[in-house]
Design a protein around this ligand. Structure first.
Ligand code: UDP
Ligand code: MG
Length: 326
């Protein structure tokens, strides 16, 4: 549990995709917090921005940040790979110390970072923020998120804490462990849960975005949920087996009923409506089961290709701690 805290090193990793509107708001706030951390807590704190193939002025902004402050490191991916890949790229570059993941849009208040660091120093490996309020998010998003955490909590054997985003601090050993998980479909919440170690939650109010719009619409969230479920559970495959068993049993019982009726009451064998209903029902179930298998097969296919998770276009590590605000 105990790590050496001679001069703690912390890298804040921020994935940014078209965040030119939010970054000018977030960056000064963040640098203030990091400055205070260095002065008051003796933490050598840096930030690593990962530009996830932005097409607005994000990269230019980031370069200006880095030129002005040696605590800023920059990584640019060759195109938009998605938040998970961008975060992975950032985390992969951290050679020492702990990592803290933050959203670029100010929804995770940087002012909370000292509390995360305090928990880390108490010996926790995975300090994660838990939302107690979702400001600026509609009821559809809130209720669907709620339902999602309940479903995945039941289906998956890996503990996935509810209402936990990516706002979290990982100790060096948790970070190293996460680095070993190289799967292509990266459902980060599940991956963090898989790693384990000493975990603690910090409840916080999630603010609304400071600027710009969320990149996650309902369709993307739905796919994200599918991703989570298929990455961390094979329960749907078993469901297909049970559906098959149940329909087979029902069909058998129905067959017996028809025979008995024909023999005992010489009931004429009737009609194509029942036949159609049964055929269509079975056809539907078969397609669903096939789709489920396909879902997993598709994932297997993508893993089998063994492509890298991301490609790097540019990499400027932070050179060090600036002594003050020069
Ligand atoms: N993001 C990214 N690549 C993407 C989409 C989003 O790096 O393809 C970043 C984005 O810049 C932000 C974070 O991921 O820092 C969260 O995105 P967003 O605020 O759109 O998601 P939400 O908070 O609505 O879940
Ligand atoms: Mg956001």
């Amino acid at each position: 549990m105990s790590q050496s805290h001679a001069r703690d090193l912390l890298t804040v990793v921020i994935a940014a995709f078209n965040e030119a509107d939010s970054l000018p708001v977030l960056h000064p706030r963040l640098m203030d917090v990091l400055g205070a951390l260095a002065r008051e807590d003796g933490v050598d704190a840096r930030v690593l921005y990962v530009d996830d193939g932005s097409r607005d002025g994000t990269w230019g902004l980031l370069q200006a940040f880095a030129a002005a402050d040696s605590r800023v490191g920059l990584l640019r991916l060759s195109r938009n790979f998605g938040k998970e890949a961008a975060l992975t790229a950032g985390l992969d570059r951290i050679e020492a110390g702990a990592a803290l993941i933050l959203d670029a849009d100010g929804q995770d208040p940087p002012e909370l970072i000292p509390r995360f660091v305090a928990k880390w120093r108490e010996g926790f490996d995975d300090v994660h923020g838990t939302r107690i309020q979702r400001a600026g998010e509609g009821w559809i998003k809130r209720s669907s998120a709620h339902a999602f955490y309940r479903v995945i909590g039941r289906l998956s054997k890996t503990p996935i804490p509810a209402d936990t985003g990516d706002f979290r601090l990982l100790s060096p050993r948790a970070l190293a462990a996460l680095g070993q998980l190289r799967e292509r479909h990266r459902f980060m919440k599940g991956l963090f849960g898989w790693v384990g170690f000493n975990r603690v939650a910090i409840p916080y109010e999630r603010d609304a975005r400071v600027a710009g719009a969320s990149k996650f619409n309902l369709w993307r969230l739905w796919n994200f949920a599918l991703e989570g479920i298929t990455s961390f559970s094979t329960a749907p495959l078993r469901l297909a087996t049970y559906m098959g068993l149940a329909t087979a049993a029902a069909a058998f019982a129905y067959g017996v009923l028809i025979i008995v009726k024909a023999l005992l009451w010489s009931d004429p064998v009737a009609g194509w409506p029942t036949m159609m209903a049964v055929i269509l029902f079975l056809g539907g179930i078969q397609l669903i089961a096939l789709g489920l298998i396909g879902e997993y097969l598709g994932r297997l296919y993508e893993e089998a290709k063994q492509r890298p998770l991301y490609l790097v276009d540019a990499w400027h590590p932070a050179t060090g701690v600036s002594s003050g605000h020069d």
